[in-house]
Write a protein that binds this ligand. Sequence first.
Ligand SMILES: Cc1ncc(C[n+]2csc(CCOP(=O)(O)OP(=O)(O)O)c2C)c(N)n1
Ligand SMILES: [Mg+2]
Length: 330
Amino acid sequence: MNAQNIEQFKSEYSTEQLIEVYRQMLRFRRMSEKTAQMYQQGLIGGFCHLYTGQEAVLAGTFAECEKGDDHITSYRCHAHALACGVDEKEVLAELTGRATGISKGKGGSMHMFAPDKGYWGGHGIVGAQVPLGTGMAFYHKYMGNQNICVTSYGDGAANQGQIFEAMNMASLWGLPVLYVVENNVYGMGTAAKRVCAGELHQRGAAFGIEGEKVDGQDFFTVAEAVKRARKYILENKRPYIIEMDTYRYRGHSMSDPAKYRSKEEVQAVKENRDPLIRIYDCLVDERGVKESELKEIDNIVKANLKESVDFAVNSPLPDAAELMTDIMPK
Ligand SMILES: Cc1ncc(C[n+]2csc(CCOP(=O)(O)OP(=O)(O)O)c2C)c(N)n1
Ligand SMILES: [Mg+2]
């Protein structure tokens, strides 16, 4: 995408739409920060993986998806739930293991689902969501509709064999699946460059699946690529891969001290490639939005979040009888 085309693409977004994008990205960021705090206070237990730093990937993807599209991802799934339209209260209640949570407090941080909103989780087994997402794309083909399944996975997951099995079938059957590889530079603690041979967006080449790598820190770049990919997938009846060049600010999970990278490395991304700063600057410098207006949006986001936290921590725990519900029958 050359600079002129991206400028043209940017102009398709009204200022009101961009303010909404900013608000959405702030919601992801603020909820993630609050989740870290709550974890440290002991209000959230178990594994907990935050999305801080990767917000433009999600905002850009959802901006160019349509109603009826399905979404599935890994355990780094809280912001995805919000993006699919799950109420923040239900996400926080799930994180705190409450009966009012989106999975009735029984799924926790890694297992949030809202099938009525096209949200299929939330998966703790690395890479396992990829065959599932591919199967969902088969559903769309079978129904003959104009929807796709966006199947997200990480750079670490990209080395899982089941991904290649899924891609083989997606190509063979011409399934409408968009594979989004969120390359946030690390798996749990191993740098992608130490374990991933070649380019992740080219991993479908053996199956004839095309792909590209984009700047995942830039809302417009992501949105433009997803718009083009979605059109390609539906018109050509082919899967497609987009590798998002992104970065996670926090450790892999809340129990990761992140000793495998330097503070300077993280700081450099925060200063030079932060997705929220980029959209903020665009709104202020290019669209003339007042900083006070954006501050007010932040205040509202924080106030709503406080309300959601209160709702979560004051909700009841699941009833003991729920232990035997929502499981596979014998
Ligand atoms: C099959 C399997 N192997 C190993 C693990 C342990 N594990 C959890 S997350 C992770 C790293 C995955 O990294 P990546 O795909 O890059 O996703 P990110 O956490 O960076 O979003 C590993 C090895 C697991 N959950 N499942
Ligand atoms: Mg990763």
